[in-house]
Design a protein around this ligand. Structure first.
Ligand SMILES: [Zn+2]
Length: 375
């Protein structure tokens, strides 16, 4: 069942729907969680948590073997951390967690065509899974998107539409197209978010069902923070883990609407004027689910912080020299470890997970242009 986030109207989830009649986003009520004792017999993919995603028939699963990415020990700025290697997902970003579940539902609904808009990674991910599902996809991206992501979208077989102007102009163009086609937006879809819950389940399983003190993740549209919170809350309710982790959300200093709302103690997230940032994947002036993001951060005793482009570009080579090659957006969360340890938010001995979101190969053009040391 879907429930509106604003007017509390409810809808059956048996027919396609992406928002409430009143225009606000929907929440999905899932009806169960996976049996913990059965996991050892299941395959190492996120579909081992099938019961938690709201898909009725396993025959409708659209999969590329996503999930179950490695969790490796490392050190950042002197702090012991575990790196969650989601940049190793099938299309090179964590978005595959959401796309596999969203496209499985679209297939279950019998849809033939979709519209999506993205700063790049979600577009590439949705394009891949749509092709896999036999669904035609129109993917709108800002003209400034990294070449690697645009190439992925086109080669996966989607109809790629580059929109001049801002990320918000791209969303407007997609919304106009959604008047006639189904809007399979990763920012709106309750099923995309269901897929993100797998990150919580996986981390809990990989950590032997011990909750870490902190999970540090980048924040743009908020699917990571919302997925981690929803998934972990279910784990607590099922008695699989003892408590919630604290969530540290990292925004780009040049586009930090949630950070601004946090400073002002607001319950909603007003839009901000943003400037260009190396973290193109989280440059969202106003997240759709701002109200839920604020609630998730407060409920987990979490925090929001920002990192500058300079900190991102400084951190990226440090990761690379440890053999971990990520795109600039994905260096935002690791970069934040420096200030979070310096200001005593994270203390020595804390168990810290850092989510790595996208692989460096996607942004080769931007990386070469920035360091300018390869010619
Ligand atoms: Zn409503």
């Amino acid at each position: 069942m879907f429930t509106c986030s604003a007017c509390q109207a409810t809808y059956a989830s048996t027919t396609p729907r992406w928002r409430c009649e009143c225009g606000h986003y929907l929440r999905h009520t899932t009806t169960g969680i996976f049996p913990k004792t059965d996991l050892n017999r299941r395959r190492p993919s996120l579909w081992r948590y099938f019961e938690a995603f709201g898909i009725s028939n396993p025959d409708n699963i659209v999969s590329l073997g996503e999930g179950y990415t490695p969790l490796i020990p490392d050190q950042l700025f002197g702090q012991d951390v575990s790196l969650k290697m989601d940049q190793l997902s099938p299309t090179g970003s964590f978005k595959d967690r959401g796309s596999t579940v969203m496209l499985s539902k679209l297939k279950e609904w019998g849809l033939q065509r979709l519209v999506e808009d993205s700063s790049g990674n979600a577009g590439a991910s949705v394009a891949a899974y749509a092709s896999r599902a036999g669904i035609k996809a129109d993917v709108y991206i800002p003209a400034f998107t990294s070449a690697g992501k645009a190439a992925q979208i086109a080669l996966y077989g989607a109809n790629l539409i580059k929109v001049p102007g801002t990320r918000e102009d791209t969303a407007q163009a997609a919304l106009a197209a959604a008047e006639t086609e189904f809007y399979a937006s990763h920012n709106w879809s309750p099923y995309f978010l269901n897929g993100l819950k797998s990150l919580a389940y996986e981390l809990a399983e990989q950590l032997n069902w011990e909750t870490p003190d902190w999970i540090v993740a980048p924040l743009g549209g908020g699917s990571l923070i919302l997925g981690l919170y929803a998934g972990w809350r279910e784990l607590v309710e099922a008695g699989y883990v003892a408590k919630l982790p604290r969530l540290a959300a990292v925004q780009a200093a040049n586009c930090a609407p949630v950070y601004q709302a946090w400073l002002q103690g607001l319950d909603e997230v007003p839009a901000v004027q943003k400037q260009a940032t190396a973290a193109e994947g989280i440059a969202i002036a106003q997240p759709v689910k701002g109200k839920d993001i604020m609630q998730a951060l407060r409920a987990t005793a979490g925090i929001v912080c920002t990192v500058t482009d300079e900190e991102i570009w400084d951190t990226l080579p440090q990761l690379s020299r440890r053999g971990v090659y990520v795109e600039p957006t994905a260096a935002a969360a690791p970069a934040a470890i420096r200030q979070l340890t310096a200001n005593g938010t994270i203390v020595p001995g804390d168990k810290v997970v850092v989510e790595l979101t996208g692989v460096g190969l996607k942004a080769t053009d931007k990386i070469v242009e920035h360091y300018d040391c390869f010619s």
